[in-house]
Design a protein around this ligand. Sequence first.
Ligand SMILES: [Zn+2]
Length: 436
Amino acid sequence: MSLSDFKTEDNIIEIGSEMHGLMRELYPICRSITGDGVRNTLNILKKEISLAVHEVASGTKVFDWTVPQEWNIKDAYVKNSRGEKIIDFTKSNLHVLNYSVPVNKRVSLEELKEHLFTLPQHPEWIPYRTSYYSKNWGFCLSHNEFQKLQPDTYEVCIESSLEDGHLTYGEYYIEGKNSDEVLISTHICHPSLCSDNLAGIVLATNLAKYLSSASLRYSYRFLFIPGTIGSITWLCLNEPKVSKIKHGLVVACIGDSGKFTYKKTRQQDAEIDNIAAHVLKDSGNDFEIIDFFPYGYDERQYCSPGFDLPVGCLMRTPHGEFPEYHTSADNLKFVTPENLAGSFLMYLAVLKRLENNKKYINQNPKCEPQLGKRGLYDKLGDQDSSKALQLAMLWVLNLSDDKHTLMDISDRAGLEFDLIKEAADALAEHELLKEI
Ligand SMILES: [Zn+2]
């Protein structure tokens, strides 16, 4: 079955709720850039796709970086002098500054406040904060709870460990007809946060599941990696494979109900850039295309000048542009099954177009071939649809000269991609075109 044969429209509600179900299963896990949270996450994904799990030792040099020590956490809380837990990690893993070093001591309110993070502009939400590369400890809480704190002696306890271990990532490869690869990369390092980033994890997983049963032109490499250090590590350890990557997408911020946003590759005019722009335009919905900038997700590493890979980022509302971003409000209610299903369909549409955006050579380039004697003329009746197909065939024949893809032809002719593809399929069947 080719990717074009997939009919997702009928069971899209089911697909959306399955993705949301997987998200609910992953939600409680306290993930970080290393540690058992990532391992447990990948183990759950392994039930969906048979991904390979790789472990890279702490201290491994990866370009200008070093794989950090592994962080794990069992419990964390702050108790007042009456022994009441006023901040409790078991209620939300966002309460702990991610990568906090272990601590167990009594502190005054003043000292405690130096380690507390709140969001005064959204007083009911808990912010998400990290301290990966500088040793610190801290707690995050709602501003409302913060304002209730009275002078007291507080017991702070973070039962975490930061020691030599591994960085863990998942990889899933699907072999297509061609060894040229499409990279689909998503980060897996955020704790209980949905649009950024559980939505990306479940979307990439579902996409991998779908593609694995299709007959594909390209090979596909899915990476489930901790943000920044994960892509740096993968690129460093897999440098000889990198040149196989011909197209790529970073999956991030894909669960809210906002319009789609496509961030272009550093190259600006890669095939994936053109395809994403066309598919978004053809969707008939509002969308935005933004230029590459060296901030954001792992596209920063894939698009660093030493690699300059054609990897873009297809999002809904970008990071930092929705108030719920990196807060407890980016939760299971914020990301609905419908949003997930819509995002999945958009990714599928982009990949279908990529698979179908072939280039052909006209096998009869000196004057037009005689279509009638090949039975192709039968299709050229008086109906508008037949006339349109006739015109599409003439365009495809004329521009199949080694320089134009089907999408280029669709653009130049001002005809829909699907019609151009139908024309090319018919011509190729009669050996008037040869795929390059
Ligand atoms: Zn984030």
